[in-house]
Design a protein around this ligand. Structure first.
Ligand SMILES: C[S@@+](CC[C@H](N)C(=O)[O-])C[C@H]1O[C@@H](n2cnc3c(N)ncnc32)[C@H](O)[C@@H]1O
Length: 247
């Protein structure tokens, strides 16, 4: 949903449907708490029901706030940690797999002067989260990196790029959306295929990170490591890092 033209990049609210549900429940709880004394005549029961309603309203408000905070603040902090950790020189070719609205893509592009940041995503029509090529392009423009960003509609399981094309490959909160283990393994094998010798990988995700570690090692990558849990988002995540050997 959009009200007029955006003036700031918007990387979206994850689990927006759940946030909405919590807000509705908080509202219901509040109404329940306020109306119980008028609807129930037995005083003790009315007090009990009102406190139940209050509890529901408070708990659901906290959940919704934490979720929105994760998307608006926590996720951006995690993004900054990932991009800073890469210490980009500025001439790299960077690929963001499942770039969505360009969270990592745009941040990487901001650290490039001669290089390019390429984002690939299904960009499925009618995506319930509102992700689309146009939104990502708008974010890149608003952040002043439009010239350094390319967008490609495609599938992580069959990357439309030649082997050894990228210096750095990143991905955030995307690969868990690939349903089957075999397909996720395909996506990881594709990431390894299009990575240059000496190239680096960073994958942030809430699930399956142990699988990514195994698949990256099987694809011949080295220095494969998985970070501790980050609580920057409501569902904790980990960063998987790896490097393709030079030889
Ligand atoms: C939760 S969003 C994350 C977007 C962005 N990386 C971020 O961190 O905000 C997941 C994205 O992965 C994309 N995606 C899911 N499966 C994919 C696939 N097989 N190939 C490419 N992109 C995919 C979705 O279209 C969606 O935009």
């Amino acid at each position: 949903m959009s009200f007029g033209k955006n003036t700031r990049a918007d990387y979206g609210v994850d689990t927006a449907a759940a946030v909405l549900r919590f807000m509705v429940l908080a509202f219901v709880g509040m109404i329940f708490a306020l109306s119980a004394p008028f609807l129930v005549h037995e005083r003790e029961l009315a007090v009990h029901l009102a406190s139940l309603g209050r509890g529901l309203a408070i708990w659901c408000s906290i959940c919704a706030t934490v979720m929105v905070w994760g998307s608006r603040v926590g996720k951006l902090r995690l993004r900054d940690r990932v991009i800073a950790g890469l210490a980009l020189k500025g001439n790299e070719q960077v690929l963001d797999v499942g770039c969505g609205r360009g969270l990592l893509l745009v941040a990487a592009a901001k650290n490039l002067d001669r290089g390019k940041a390429i984002g690939i995503d299904l960009f499925a029509k009618g995506d319930p989260t509102g992700n689309s090529e146009a939104t990502t392009r708008e974010n890149a423009t608003l952040e002043g990196v439009d010239q350094r960003v390319e967008l490609v509609a495609g599938d992580a399981r069959k990357l439309p790029f030649p082997a050894k094309r990228f210096d750095v490959i990143v991905s955030s909160f995307a690969l868990h959306e690939v349903r089957d283990l075999a397909d996720r393994q395909k996506a990881i094998a594709e990431i390894a295929r299009v990575l240059k010798p000496g190239g680096r990988v960073r994958i942030v995700d809430t699930r399956h990170t142990d699988e990514y570690v195994t698949a990256l090692r099987e694809a011949g990558l080295v220095d494969v490591a998985r970070s501790g849990l980050s609580f920057a988002t409501i569902v904790p995540s980990r960063i998987v890092s790896a490097r393709r050997p030079l030889a």
